[in-house]
Design a protein. Sequence first.
Length: 241
Amino acid sequence: MTIIEIPAGWPADEAAALAVQRELRERLVRDEEGPAVGEGHVTGLDVAYDDERDLVAAAAVVLDARTLEVVEEATAVGRVSFPYVPGLLAFREVPTVLAALDALTADPGLLVCDGYGLAHPRRFGLACHLGVLTGRPSVGVAKNPFAFAYEEPGPARGDTSPLLAHGEEVGRAVRTRAGVKPVFVSAGHRVSLAGACAHTLHLTPRYRLPETTRRADSLCRRALAEALGDRPSPSGTPDSL
DNA sequence: GCGACAG
DNA sequence: ATCTTGTCGC
């Protein structure tokens, strides 16, 4: 498999990344409701890292939004393009994720990213970044509240509470399973916060995390193991779905 | 000023 | 993110 190299001109330090982020931020579209829930395609995106070899494996899994069945999968392996800096996560994985998206033949529809969208120190998290670069609607679903404040949502599936940045609602804590820790949802590009939450609930009929994320997470780990030349694990495939 | 802080 | 087995429960 070919390794995606870091693009020429890619930000080399935090100052350069901040400048790019500031520019892309101006292209973010926030006044669209977004695609209808349960129609068309939804695409899960995720990455796995091997810091030792400086590699990142990305996966894009397209699901039928109505049935949640897999329509197409694609992966890409690349060089880690930036160190992990809170607030600059996108610069670490974007080139490889875009390569995986480019390898798809199906229409990706809504992009479901593993991380934040508008819930970001400068309102431009990974989901916004990928949305703007692809022109597609996108949402961010994160597993942790980052540095934002929130009150625990009610205990029932579907209960939500605002994620606050200095009093401004930048996302929502969404209970996708009764009695289980909520996920943290924010809008990316061309989607409303309410729409992002509705999509998230539609994508979590059974588990805490969206099917898109679970599918992509599983696939990128396999892609990384394969790139590293791993032997199959004793029991065959790691986790089931 | 220092620490915390998506993945 | 990643280091990591078994185990309790539906």
